[in-house]
Write a protein that binds this ligand. Sequence first.
Ligand code: OVV
Length: 404
Amino acid sequence: MQSSANISQPKLPRLEIDPFSESFLTDPFRYHPQMRDVGPIFWLDSIGAYGVARHEEVTQVLKNHETFVSSRGVGLADFAKEKPFRPPSLLLEADPPLHDRTRNLMNRIVAMPVLKALENDWRGKAKTLVAELIEKDTFDAVTDLAEEFPMRVFPDAVGLMDEGRDHLLTYASIVFNAFGPKNEIFHSGMADADAAISWVTEACKRENLKPDGWGEAVFQSADRGDCTHAEAERLVRSLLSAGVDTTVNGISNLMYGFTQFPDEFGKMDTSQSSTRRAFNEGLRWRSTVQTFFRTAAHETSLAGVTIPEGSKVLTFLAAANRDERRWDNPEAFSVTRNASGHVGFGHGIHVCLGQMVARMEADALLSALREKITRITSAGPPVIRLNNTLCSIASLPVKLEKVG
Ligand code: OVV
């Protein structure tokens, strides 16, 4: 009889790749095939963590939130051993039961009826912006469109103070950089950190929130006893952290898709089913949030490999979204594809809380664009913005072809 200790473990492949290096972050998609093909799970020497890059294992890790926890941080830092860079998010960096209490509360803040009440206003604002843009010969699809539209609708929806809203983008890039190691990318983004962090801290306070926004609604929920007022402040911080840079880059990446596959835009129509499909495909094809970590709360096994307690596991969401085991022709951006099942919004209990907000922004913008134009083409080289977590574009010169 063989003792169980002799049952052979599958070999754990080791990769030299550093997923937070400049070269990786400049074009992560170049490295993904190697990560998917080396095996269902691998070890990353560069950061001392496991990695999963196939759709199957990424969804498994995210689904199994009791083993692969978020409360020890969803970045490289283990909150059990290191002080978090800011007080942990009560949603993103929390496990049940705390997570479920805050999540249920926040689900009501951005519930469908709340969003529907804003839809006409957002569609009107999208049309106004498109009317401005079609007057121009060329423009920057990042600064003039992808940043401009969310900044015209989201801060007002939250009811933020008017002064200083530009700090939102700076703050988010700091937060998303902080999920990686304290590398040069992290440090260079910290240049304007103090001003942005203190602005956000102030902006989350009840006295600075307008009476009819989602921010005040969180405090009203606290008044009813759903959470404390201190927790309410931190939950508003979640809206500010996760609500801007994500949609901005989601739209930028989608526009980049249109320029790379110039026949796709015209295959869309102005209907919600069509624009929704296109946005989903954009998130699959070039996922804005590239990666998140989980931490093994106890020894476990994944794809036959034993993972010790306290291990960090990096889930490559963007790689899973181009896994040929899951998708046909995954490198092609195709607006008519049914991309549901993509993990660009995550998966499981932490799946993006604001996804309906993001979808409504995208629907408004895409249908306003499609009404007036047939094609979006490149008018110059895009400029990549390096971030430890986000797939981000700093500049994307484009040209529009008008209907008729
Ligand atoms: C999804 C996400 C990203 C960044 C911050 C947060 C959430 C938060 O809850 O603060």
